[in-house]
Design a protein around this ligand. Structure first.
Ligand code: FES
Length: 147
């Protein structure tokens, strides 16, 4: 009997909306797939350097999810618009590295959208599960084994 692949998804959540949304899901006793989603709390999606995403994949994430305040609701006014600009660049860079674009997702979850958090995280996990483990050809581990 083979075990089902358990994807590792790293989720960067902005403190003011999406982290609170995840918290609301927890308070409503909704099952958050905690063993599959590693949550990194950031003050704003505008704080997310594209290097964070690349590093997450390099360190073994099979998928990366970024959730922030809805456009117009960012507590730092335009942090999420900055993230939105980086998003298109990130998709291109990930594609250049051979990482399927479905392994990376940017979405908006407010503090009152616990249900949406559950749905988006669940969809991401199932998408990544269907893709299988990420295999990067140029990681430190693959260089060690190639020698
Ligand atoms: S504070 Fe939430 S995206 Fe900026």
């Amino acid at each position: 009997m083979s075990e089902q692949f358990q994807p590792k998804v790293v989720a960067f959540l902005c403190n003011w909306c999406s982290y609170s949304g995840a918290d609301a899901a927890g308070r409503a006793q909704r099952k958050v797939p905690a063993e599959l989603v590693r949550i990194v709390r950031v003050m704003c999606t505008g704080r997310i350097d594209p290097q964070f995403v690349l590093e997450a994949f390099r360190q073994g994430a099979d998928g990366v999810l970024i959730l922030g305040c809805h456009p117009g609701d960012c507590h730092y006014k335009e942090g999420n618009y900055k993230m939105l600009k980086r998003h298109a660049i990130l998709e291109q860079v990930l594609s250049d590295f051979g990482i399927e674009k479905q392994r990376y997702c940017l979405d908006w979850v407010s503090a009152s959208e616990g249900e949406k958090f559950i749905r988006v995280a669940g969809e991401m996990i199932e998408t990544v599960r269907a893709l299988g483990p990420l295999r990067l050809p140029h990681t430190a581990e693959s260089k060690e084994t190639a020698v």
